[in-house]
Design a protein. Structure first.
Length: 256
């Protein structure tokens, strides 16, 4: 896995006009991605600027006001998924656990409940796999989920998981979480998605450093097509009551 090195002083190039901009759900810019002089840059203005090369290996962080622990935390939670994607891997904006049937991924927007659901399932015996970023790779037989380092912050608790990137699990299913006030709280809806519907939905939840490299974009698209074709995908609609959803979550492995 990549090594993070914090460099106290360094020259950070200005954000160009054509930079990739990542915004929060209210539309406020939170991070920028761009290339300059043979380096890739991911800049979190209030935290640090992170640079790396296509060769990978090391990610350098130049703090812009944040202490070292916040720089490392932001790297794990926000930067690493885009670095890995830029270097050739694919990552879903998803949390996940591993059960007897394989890996289960939970996609969704901000506050959809994916991290909380994965955290609660881990408390019921499932193995933690990912939080907010799940790496996957198509294989000849199907699709593997790959554990990468992550720090989950759920319900006031922080849990850090170290990983080398070598642990693989067959991806058994992907669930797209959707809050729906009209759903019976005692009966969450689990709706199987056809491949044609799953593909654009999964691609929407994919991490991407930049769409400017046409070859890389084609490769990413091909992998998401394989994900949609090989792994069952479901829309999981539930009343906004995560406690009730978790109490019914034991049915999820049965769906798989």
């Amino acid at each position: 896995m990549l090594e993070l090195r914090v460099t106290p002083v360094g020259v950070v190039p200005s954000v160009p006009d054509d930079a990739q901009v990542w915004r929060d759900w209210s539309g406020v810019p939170r991070a920028y991605g761009y290339s300059s002089n043979g380096h890739y840059w991911i800049r979190l203005p209030e935290v640090a600027a992170y640079r790396f090369t296509p060769a990978g290996g090391v990610v350098e962080a130049i703090p812009t006001g944040a202490p070292a622990d916040e720089v490392e935390d932001a790297y794990r939670r926000h930067v690493l998924p885009f670095v890995l994607q830029a270097l050739g891997s694919e990552l879903l904006h998803a949390s996940g656990v591993v059960g007897r049937s394989g890996a289960l991924a939970f996609c969704g927007g901000s506050s959809a409940g994916k991290s909380t659901l994965a955290h609660r399932l881990a408390g019921r015996g499932h193995e933690p796999l990912a939080d907010d970023a799940l790496m996957f790779e198509p294989t000849e037989a199907g699709v593997d989920a790959i554990r990468i380092p992550f720090t989950a912050r759920v319900e006031g608790h922080a849990t850090s998981v170290d990983a080398s990137g070598s642990e693989r699990f067959p991806l058994a299913a992907v669930f797209v979480l959707e809050r729906a006030g009209e759903v019976d709280p005692a009966r969450p809806e689990v709706i199987a998605l056809p491949h044609s519907a799953a593909f654009p939905l999964l691609l929407y939840h994919g991490h991407c450093f930049s769409f400017r490299d046409e070859r890389r974009t084609r490769l990413m698209t091909d992998r998401y097509l394989k994900l949609a074709a090989r792994v069952p995908a479901f829309r999981l609609r539930y009343r906004p009551d995560i406690d009730r959803l978790v109490s019914e979550a034991t049915e999820i492995p049965l769906v798989v």
